[in-house]
Design a protein around this ligand. Structure first.
Ligand SMILES: Cc1ncc(COP(=O)(O)O)c(C=O)c1O
Length: 374
């Protein structure tokens, strides 16, 4: 019987068999010729890693158990005890928590760089500084980093540039082509796209770094299970269609919110009023993604009323699913920051973040209209 499936089956196995010692030796002599143990490699996680690698134009990748695991893997590739890293102040709160609470314990110090100073790192660089971590489009205020300039500035100081490309996706920006050294994703978000998978990926621009990423994945046990990999690969196949619809809907909603009397400010790179609109248009090839934030009155009662009234934007503190959702950075993603950090970043009581889905846009607009009615 010859079975020839069109789609890679789920290799739901933790281990692979060898006939004898010759086969074992073949495994070690020819990496990639067969599999040994799923933490070290599995056809499904390899398929996901290679698909993300292709999209990002990398030299190799590792699929990880979460986006956090991908960030950790990237830090572990470049840093050891005694080192120092720079991190954009506008960053996902979980990334800041990893740096502040965990990597600091391992002797890796962090300094935060205000967004406006990402292209002039001289005042922040120390002899032990190894890298800068930043996001292409920042969480939650949608600030857009000029990655070409950031990469040039990093390399001028002998630093690596590590880019979290979760909000942008490789369809909007390919950081490696702009000079980044590692690009990573919370695959949980647009790559998988259906709010049913937790996964990550880190992609390197050169083969040696890619090999180190995979090795760190294996030794720290960061690698992804077969089932989650399979689901992410399945989701990835429609990413091009989804990102187009997410972007289209988000622009319409941003325009609607911008003229609404109950909304004080809208943060969306697709609006001409956005501070980095021209950069976002050029770097994002005309698409701006499905994430936006907006500012209501700094009053919890006002925020609660919108959450309670909305039917199409359930308060669910994640993002990038095909179904829309709403999140609250102060209470969820950026909860771990100090009140001073939150204030400095503009993460206040009235800040609401929308993950705009791919539903018919008129239904989303009607829902927001009634939710925001005073
Ligand atoms: C920009 C960004 N990076 C990384 C992460 C962490 O990813 P995960 O939750 O898959 O570990 C998140 C999660 O929200 C995120 O928004």
């Amino acid at each position: 019987m010859h079975i020839n499936p069109k789609i890679t089956p789920i290799y739901q196995t933790s281990v692979f068999k060898f006939a004898d010692l010759n086969e074992l030796e073949q495994y070690f002599a020819e990496p990639g010729s067969r599999y040994l143990y799923s933490r070290n490699g599995n056809p499904n996680s390899d398929e996901l890693a290679e698909a993300v690698n292709q999209l990002e134009g990398g030299a190799g990748a590792v699929a990880t158990g979460s986006g956090m695991a991908a960030i950790f893997a990237a830090m572990a590739v470049y840093c050891q005890a005694g080192d120092h890293v720079l991190c954009a102040a506008d960053i996902y709160g979980g990334s800041a928590a990893l740096l502040n609470a965990e990597l600091s314990r391992m002797g890796i110090a962090v300094t935060y760089v205000p967004f406006e100073q990402l292209y002039d790192l001289q005042p922040f660089v120390q002899p032990t500084t190894r890298l800068l971590l930043c996001e292409t489009i920042s969480n939650p205020l949608l600030r857009v980093a000029d990655l070409r300039r950031a990469a040039e500035e990093c390399h001028r100081h002998g630093l690596k540039l590590v880019v979290d490309n979760t909000f942008a996706t490789p369809l909007i920006t390919k950081p490696l082509a702009l000079g980044a050294d590692i690009v990573l994703h919370s695959v949980t978000k647009y790559i998988a796209g259906h709010s049913d998978v937790t996964a990550g990926a880190a992609v390197a621009g050169d083969a040696d770094t890619a090999a180190r990423l995979r090795q760190i994945g294996v030794f720290y046990g960061l690698t992804l299970s077969p089932m989650e990999s399979w689901l992410a690969v399945r989701g990835l196949k429609t990413m091009r269609l989804r990102v187009r619809e997410h972007s289209h809907n988000a622009l319409a909603i941003a325009q609607f919110l911008a003229q609404h009397s109950g909304v004080r400010e809208v943060y969306y790179p697709g609006l001409p009023t956005h501070a980095q609109h021209a950069l976002a248009a050029e770097q994002g090839q005309g698409q701006f993604g499905g994430m936006l934030s907006f500012l209501l009155a700094d009053d919890e009662a006002v925020v609660n009323r919108v959450m309670q009234r909305s039917q199409r934007f359930p308060f669910a503190p994640s993002l990038a699913g095909v179904d829309s959702s709403l999140s609250y950075p102060l209470g969820t993603s950026h909860r771990a920051l100090s009140p001073e950090q939150q204030q400095a970043l503009g993460i206040t009581v009235g800040l609401v973040r929308l993950s705009v889905g791919i539903e018919p846009v008129e239904e989303l607009l009607a829902d927001l209209e009634q939710a925001l009615a005073s």
